[in-house]
Design a protein around this ligand. Structure first.
Ligand code: 4NP
Length: 158
């Protein structure tokens, strides 16, 4: 089972999703069965690590963010990954524009679909925000990552 987390720049939300998901997967001993990566709709930050503010706030919660930004590669990623999970409606719209095939489109999901506690309909872009905006992103991602793992296990995908 392979999951690709997607946001706009791949330096804040999707690297945090990747770090949190990997942390939970390791805690549950599922690392041989499920793997994830992250990518951005745009390549503006290609080659950069996670944004330092996100890295340090996530680090305070015990998550290590190690990913390097890259853009989504439609021709490769829609074949390689089972789920492509966007953070907001714009991400979902852009992902849908990348492929025509309905089977490939069905791999696209929004991260907040997997939240079981928070009622937000998107993971909002924190880039120009303050610390509380970054903390909210991490709260939503933690909630969604737990729900996503439950979803994967229940669906019998792994
Ligand atoms: P992300 O946040 O999509 O969560 O990585 C952003 C990072 C950079 C920019 C926008 C959003 N930017 O405009 O450069």
């Amino acid at each position: 089972m392979r999951i690709l987390f997607v946001c706009l720049g791949n330096i804040c939300r999707s690297p945090a999703a990747e770090g949190i998901f990997n942390h939970f997967i390791r805690e549950r001993g599922l690392e041989k069965l499920v793997a994830c990566d992250s990518a951005g709709i745009v390549g503006f930050h290609e080659g950069e690590g996670a944004y330092p503010k996100m890295k340090s706030i996530a680090g305070r919660r015990g998550y290590e963010l190690t990913s390097i930004s890259r853009p989504v590669r439609p021709g490769v990623d829609f074949e390689k990954f089972d789920l492509l999970i966007g953070m907001d409606d714009q991400n979902i719209k852009e992902l849908n524009r990348m492929v025509a095939d309905t089977k490939l489109k069905s791999k696209i999901h929004k991260m907040t679909e997997f939240c079981t506690f928070h009622l937000h309909s998107t993971v909002p872009d924190p880039y120009y925000g303050d610390t509380k905006d970054y903390e909210l992103v991490l709260d939503l991602l933690e909630d969604a990552c737990v729900g996503l793992i439950d979803f994967i296990l229940k669906e019998g995908e792994i």
